[in-house]
Ligand binder design. Structure first.
Ligand code: ADP
Ligand code: MG
Ligand code: MG
Length: 917
């Protein structure tokens, strides 16, 4: 049994909570985001209705035992007494009743994922009393029917239909379109109908005991923490199940008391674009849920200035202060009761990738936060999302717009339309289809379908509706309120002016503009140059990583953080990499150049040559084109290092497919064709001779260079001829020649001096002096283990972590990813796919050892990584920790890597490099 402790805190007791929890983060953990925000606002003198919070600790006790912890309920009743005094009303007293809401609220906000029940404390008697007090029966019956409905659907999990159906039927019978048309008598009739429906479903009457209502509602909120909806959401966002939710009991204020009352939600800046302008919506004569549910058309917040200027100014003043206080964009809820403003919630608002960056940069420029904080607020995923494809501008010019709605979450999505969450999820997961979820509006239990889909389209709701908020958070392109679309859920079609789209048809949704197209529109990657805020932020990130004292080397010297280089094989890739901010080429694979159609026949003849002289003859034919390749690369990277890897793959990759050739030969023989048969037969025999049973571990990399040194000799000559020519043209060239697949220093001893001789000869012939390096890839475990010896010759290391991971685990990547890796990760045998995120304990340890030993031999050894991990934030952090000089990744990931490098630099600022012990 848990010891008695304080489970309940009044809003004004926030200082006490702070003392107990130790920090504001601790307060948020204990009271949840909503509770701590309400308490904090109360302290700051913002008008918040009186209330209290039951802590997340109580929730966690409840989850363990299924019961409220000892004393908790007594504390609730005591706190309620205080709230009654503050509000000047009494819970359950018909002559002057207090009503409350019972609201969930976890440490990290999970909008709409858990339960909230409004108007608790209403029963038949209290309703009568309230009518006498307010003279407003319409308001009272409207509130009462909402309580019965919310109680049924959230506390007892009844289907929404149970209440929606009688309401729709009633409205249809009266010829009403909107809830607003309902009169007091109508709502009274609905209360009766709802109570009947409730009893039929529950088997007992709607509880008239107001304390029972409060108890059941509190339990329901606790239980909603472990509801499927909430669990799914936490899984998708990486929030821990252990945190629990707090429960906030808040005095009800009423936005549904007439046209001098209302309710709304607002963001202090535009959550879609980041513009520094309040964005919000409100409804007059309505209660909280109405705005978010998107069932009625809302007014823009600016209009409040016309209808209630004093309230509007007070609201702008409060929200301005809140933003300054929290130093972040706020998402607020408010209610106006008979002309008086009440704040019901404030939290850091969810936002799109674009606005995340803009707000961080703006707030730093406004002096609200520092540059480091701005950089830290933008995660690498955000940059990734921002650089995701957009619809091709030209394609958009000719495409016919099918419908237009509110551009709620930017980005381009192409997929097959599905009209409910389950089907959308099923098609996406089981059939691996691209899907767009299309609904009139969405509810919390639609989230799984949204996450599984490429995009979301709704015909109702505004920019703060559920669909919009969730889509923005998950970076899913989304259009809401495309009201010209008629969705027929029964027949699984949608229609605009007679143009029908059936379920399963392809549509394209442009969340940036709000336009919907039928069919598949082509997409293209956005240009970085236009993203001025991102460029600013990345500039700050580079400054941080380049600080000269970010890392301390084992010998005590100070060193900067990571640079970001790129893997690029062609000049155009190099130019892109450079424009994305790469400070060098970490890997240029030369073999791609051999595959080009005009060159491949020569390459094949070169491979099949029987004498060295014959081979050299063919290689001399390849030399000029290869030189041109390098020329373009050096020019593009003027002033930056360029690492060129000598030929790596096994030779059979350059030859025609053996099986296909065999078939051709057989066909020719059968048909009696003799012309060209002999050549084909010879070719087939040669390919057979090249056959290896495990080519990836066979004659390739440095082994091939030792077997046929002519190839790499030609390559080195081409590199240095190009380098010399470029130097003469005034280009600053820093070539670095990389030998792949080294396993023992003896291999380098055999090949490297020959290659260096060529470099020397060429530069002497051409009479130029240029800096260059010879180094090796570290991709075989033995190379990592003997790195100290290898560094006697190698002037740089580059970790080829794709191969290094394969060989360290003994997995072939293709087979592993196709067969057992998924099972391994699901079973917890591997924490994640080691080909995506570096395995620090194994592969990472080898790297660490190699760096230590290598630098013992050669203190200024340059170390990089060129495997795919070079673009993965978690792996980049490891590279920072162990002392890499740079990471090299695909040009497209360079911006992400720059940010990740800065994050690692800030996280470990001024710390010593982690040596393996
Ligand atoms: P969520 O976390 O899903 O937003 P909330 O607890 O914030 O749930 O409540 C849902 C809606 O009810 C919101 O619009 C909120 O403003 C409104 N609401 C909650 N408590 C009160 C109250 N005491 N008086 C008036 N409206 C309330
Ligand atoms: Mg809320
Ligand atoms: Mg390799």
């Amino acid at each position: 049994m848990a010891k008695s402790k304080k489970w309940v805190y009044l809003f004004e007791e926030v200082a006490e909570v702070e003392k107990y929890a130790g920090s504001w983060d601790g307060v948020r953990g204990l009271l949840g985001g909503k509770g701590s925000g309400l308490a904090d606002m109360t302290r700051a003198g913002v008008p918040v209705p009186p209330g209290f919070t039951i802590t997340t600790e109580a929730c966690n006790e409840f989850r363990k035992t299924g019961k409220f912890p000892l004393d908790m309920w007594d504390q609730v009743l005591a706190a309620l007494k205080v709230v009654e005094q503050q509000a000047g009303k009494k819970f359950g007293d018909p002559s002057n009743p207090l009503l409350v809401s019972c609201r969930s609220g976890a440490k990290f906000s999970m909008p709409g994922m858990m339960n909230t029940i409004l108007n608790i404390g209403l029963n038949d008697e209290v309703a009568e009393g309230m009518i006498n007090l307010t003279g407003n029966p319409r308001f009272v019956y409207d509130s009462y029917r909402r309580l019965v409905e919310m109680f049924g659907t959230t506390v007892f999990n009844f289907d929404d239909e149970l209440f929606e159906h009688p309401l729709d039927e009633y409205k249809a019978g009266k010829g009403y379109k909107l809830d607003i048309e309902m009169t007091a008598e109508d709502w009274k009739a609905l209360v009766a109908a709802f109570k009947v429906a409730f009893k039929k479903q529950a088997g007992f009457d709607f509880p008239q005991d107001v304390f029972k209502q409060l108890e059941l509602a509190t339990k329901a909120v606790f239980e909603s923490w472990m509801g499927k909806r909430a669990i799914d959401y936490r899984k998708a966002t990486g929030i821990s199940d252990d945190l629990g939710t707090a429960v906030n009991i808040v005095t009800m204020v009423f936005g549904n008391m007439g046209d001098d009352s209302g309710t709304g939600v607002a963001f202090t800046r535009n959550p879609s674009t980041g513009d520094k302008k309040m964005m919000g919506e409100y409804l007059l004569n309505a209660q909280g849920e109405d705005v978010v549910a998107g069932i009625r058309n809302t007014d823009q917040i600016e209009n409040l200035n016309k209808t209630m200027p004093a309230v509007y100014h007070q609201f702008m003043d409060i929200t301005g202060k809140l933003e300054k206080h929290y130093k972040d964009m706020q998402d607020v809820e408010f209610t106006i009761e008979r002309g008086k403003l009440w704040m019901l919630q404030t939290r850091n608002g969810k936002r799109t990738a674009k606005s995340t960056i803009k707000i961080a940069v703006d707030m730093s420029n406004e002096g609200l936060i520092g540059r480091e904080e701005a950089v830290l607020r933008v995660t690498p995923e955000v940059v990734d999302a921002l650089l995701h494809p957009q619809f091709d501008e030209n394609a958009k010019k000719t495409a016919v717009v099918y419908a237009k709605g509110v551009n709620a979450s930017p980005g381009a999505a192409v997929g097959q339309a599905y009209f409910d969450a389950d089907t959308a999820e099923k098609m996406a997961k089981e059939n691996k289809q691209q899907t767009i979820m299309v609904r009139p509006f969405t509810k919390p239990d639609d989230v799984h379908g949204m996450i599984a889909s490429q995009g979301v389209l709704t015909s109702e709701g505004g920019a703060t509706s559920h669909a919009a908020v969730v889509a923005r958070q998950f970076g899913i392109p989304c259009i809401v309120g495309a009201s010209m679309i008629k969705i027929d859920l029964e027949n699984r079609i949608m229609e605009v002016d007679g143009k029908v789209v059936r379920e399963g048809e392809w549509i394209s949704v442009d969340g940036t503009t709000g336009q919907v197209y039928v069919g598949k529109l082509p997409t293209s990657a956005p240009s970085l140059e236009e993203q001025t805020d991102l460029l600013t932020l990345l500039g700050w990130a580079d400054d941080i990583a380049a600080r000269k004292d970010i890392r301390i080397l084992p010998d005590g010297r100070k060193a900067p953080g990571l640079q970001v280089w790129a893997n690029a094989d062609y000049p155009k890739d190099a130019r892109r990499a450079r424009s994305y901010g790469a400070k060098g080429i970490g890997l240029c694979r030369t073999e791609h150049m051999f595959f080009e159609t005009e060159r491949l026949p020569i390459v094949q003849k070169m491979i099949l040559a029987e004498t060295s002289a014959e081979r050299t003859g063919y290689l001399n034919q390849l030399l000029p084109t290869q030189r041109k390749d390098f020329d373009g690369l050096f020019e593009a990277m003027d002033g930056y290092p360029v690492i060129i890897r000598l030929i790596d793959p096994p030779l059979h990759e350059f030859m025609p497919d053996e099986e296909k050739l065999f078939e051709e030969v057989v066909t020719m023989r059968v048909k009696g064709q003799t012309e060209g048969l002999k050549e084909k037969e010879d070719l087939l025999a040669s390919i057979k001779a090249l056959h290896e049973s495990n080519p990836m571990m066979g004659l390739r990399g440095v082994r091939l260079s030792i077997a046929m040194p002519e190839i790499v000799e030609m390559q080195v000559r081409a590199i240095f001829e190009a380098a010399a020519d470029c130097t003469k043209r005034g280009i600053v060239v820093r070539p670095e020649v990389m030998i792949p697949l080294t396993g023992t220093v003896k291999e380098l001893e055999w090949i490297q001096p020959r290659l260096i001789r060529i470099a020397k000869t060429v530069t002497e012939e051409k009479k130029v002096d240029l800096p260059y390096k010879f180094g090796t890839m570290i991709e075989i475990p033995r190379a990592a283990v003997t790195a100290g010896e290898i560094a006697t010759l190698a002037e740089f290391f580059s970790f080829g972590t794709n191969d290094l991971t394969q060989m360290t685990y003994g997995y072939s990547r293709d087979d592993a990813e196709r067969n057992f890796l998924v099972t391994y990760v699901a079973a917890g045998i591997l924490p994640r796919n080691p080909f995506q995120t570096l395995d620090r304990e194994g592969v990472g340890k080898l790297m660490q050892m190699a760096i230590n030993d290598g630098r013992k031999t050669r203190p200024d050894l340059e170390v990089g990584i060129c495997g795919e991990h070079g673009g993965d934030p978690d792996s980049i952090e490891w590279c920072h920790m162990i002392g890499n000089n740079y990471v090299s990744c695909s040009p497209f990931r360079v911006p992400i890597a720059r940010l990740a490098a800065a994050h690692a630099a800030l996280k470990y600022s001024g710390q010593k490099i982690a040596e393996d012990k």
